[in-house]
Write a protein that binds this ligand. Structure first.
Ligand code: S3P
Length: 168
């Protein structure tokens, strides 16, 4: 049976970690959307932001989503902003199951502080600026995120079992 699961949520919500575990448990293939974009365009995400701006990145991201929405038997970890531009969330809804990994701003900030992934939107922000940015963007993005079929709230590191149970 054709299966497609989208994990959505803010930067640092653990979409890749949860997605890999879920894919393993369900015998599906995990695809990280940002990795896919980088391979497909032969540029890194920071490079795309620097050369094409955020608007350019969003167009590339949308094209990637359209392509990925035709892949079968996959768990897709979307970019944090992906559901919140164009009619991307409709595409997600129409082509698969979606799970919103809803971390508290505190855990998101903590993970982003430790992360080695370069994220243009938060680069160079102080602790206070990061928390303010998370609060502000989450407030704007929540209306898309909460359209997910499953909302999994957490304030700790999720186990593979917790993610699997949420889907059932
Ligand atoms: C972004 C999230 C990033 C990446 C880009 C923009 C966002 O993905 O797509 O830096 O707008 O939230 P992750 O959520 O995987 O960090």
């Amino acid at each position: 049976m054709d299966m497609r699961i989208y994990l959505i949520g803010y930067m640092g919500s653990g979409k890749s970690t949860a997605g890999k575990g879920l894919a393993k448990n369900l015998n599906l293939t995990f695809i990280d959307m940002d990795d896919y974009i980088e391979r497909r365009n032969m540029r890194t995400i920071p490079q795309i932001f620097a050369e094409d701006g955020e608007d350019g990145f969003r167009k590339i991201e949308r094209k990637a989503l359209l392509e990925l929405s035709e892949f079968e038997d996959v768990v897709i970890g979307t970019g944090g902003g992906a559901p919140c531009f164009f009619d991307n969330m409709d595409i997600i809804q129409k082509t698969g199951k979606s799970v919103y990994l809803k971390g508290t701003p505190r855990i998101l900030a903590e993970r982003l502080r430790k992360s080695k992934v370069e994220r243009p939107l938060i680069k160079g922000k102080s602790e206070e600026e990061l928390i303010a940015f998370i609060d502000e963007t989450l407030a704007k993005r929540e209306k898309w995120y909460k359209q997910a079929g499953v909302v999994l709230e957490f304030d700790h590191d999720l186990s593979d079992d917790e993610v699997l149970k949420a889907l059932k």
